[in-house]
Design a protein around this ligand. Structure first.
Ligand code: PRE
Length: 331
């Protein structure tokens, strides 16, 4: 398989089988709330995993049909573990995105007082979203990193001594693990939202809805002046807006970065296809990671000359010039 190809083998469970969803657990994570937007426990097997890499590997290995993992938080930005794990290794595609509003509680074993709290455990992303609140209300406390907000709550409820007095977690997981809520609405930004993705092996792709996103990972040619600009031009000249672009180190040497990109539109849209054709020419690696409906349903505002009809009319014109049925070069 070349760098630009993806496989098209079928995906998902065999007809009649219950689908299996791997997700960042344990029970009570925000990731589980995202998963419950897709399916209920009565209709599927839900498999909690300790980290996003394990959840994604279960899909790659065929042990799960889908994985649900966080990808982006409105306050803290991209979830690097997810961005890196989906863009390396056997191909995976995003088939849906889910948005979950994030609100934290500070919770502890019953009987703990707020002034007793000197060490707090939670997921690093959760800590980053509450840092100012914590400093303002508790002063200098120590963060004890956990694999998820619910994992911190679960550890605190166990009988083993944990080395921390409280957890930053959802109200739901505080209840599930028998903790007492010491403070609610613990957040530096009350409107925080995390975006989650439903990931599958390549196969059936959701059809275009008119409000879609396409996720890509691209590498730029080494040591070429203007390579980043040329890559971005492939989108701008076709009127494709980007809703996210992040650089990630490739990892093999200093200064080598890949770009993780969300572009507005579906690969079935003419302007997105034209941008992909252009990317294929100017970038050594282009990894297509799925076209799927936007969770917010927002449709792109198309610049004049970039609708499907405009691209098709332009193609018909060039075909007419050629006097054959041959497909012309990209738009
Ligand atoms: O720990 C959880 O509950 C998660 O689902 C993970 C996660 C994240 O990775 O950002 C999800 C949402 C919140 O932003 C905090 C933590």
């Amino acid at each position: 398989m070349t760098a630009h190809e993806t496989t098209t083998e079928p995906t998902g469970p065999a007809p009649g089988d219950r689908p299996r969803y791997a997700y960042l657990g344990p029970e009570g994570t925000f990731t589980e709330s995202a998963l419950l937007q897709v399916t209920g426990p009565d209709r599927a097997d839900l498999v909690p995993c300790t980290d996003v890499v394990t959840a994604l590997e279960m899909v790659r290995g065929g042990d799960a049909d889908y994985a649900v993992v966080p990808i982006e938080n409105s306050v803290e930005g991209g979830v690097n573990a997810t961005l890196d794990a989906i863009s390396a290794g056997d191909p995976l595609v995003i088939v849906r995105e889910m948005l979950v509003p994030i609100t934290f509680t500070l919770s502890a074993r019953p009987g703990t007082r707020l002034e007793d709290v000197r060490r707090i455990s939670t997921h690093p992303h959760a800590w980053a979203q509450c840092r100012t609140w914590i400093t303002t209300h508790l002063g200098d406390v120590v963060h004890v990193p956990a694999t998820s907000t619910a994992a911190a709550a679960a550890l605190l409820s166990s009988d083993e001594p944990q080395g921390f007095e409280a957890a930053l977690c959802s109200a739901l997981s505080a209840g599930e693990y028998g903790l007492e809520v010491l403070a609610t609405e613990v957040a530096d930004n009350p409107n925080a939202v995390t975006r989650f993705i439903l990931v599958a092996r390549p196969g059936d792709m959701p059809g275009p809805t008119g409000a879609d996103k396409t996720t890509l990972m691209v590498h730029l040619p080494d040591n070429e002046a203007g390579a980043l600009l040329r890559m971005l031009e492939q989108f701008s000249t076709r009127g494709v807006n980007l809703s996210r672009i992040e650089s990630r180190p490739i990892g093999d040497s200093l200064g080598r970065y890949s770009f993780s990109i969300d572009a507005e539109g579906h690969v079935a849209d003419e302007r997105v296809q034209a941008a992909l054709l252009g990317l294929h020419r100017v970038c050594p690696i282009v990894r297509f990671m799925g076209s799927y409906p936007r969770a917010d349903g927002v449709r792109p505002t198309l610049r004049p000359g970039t609708s499907d009809a405009d691209f098709r009319a332009a193609r018909r014109w060039v075909v007419g010039l050629l006097g054959t049925d041959e497909a012309p070069a990209e738009g």
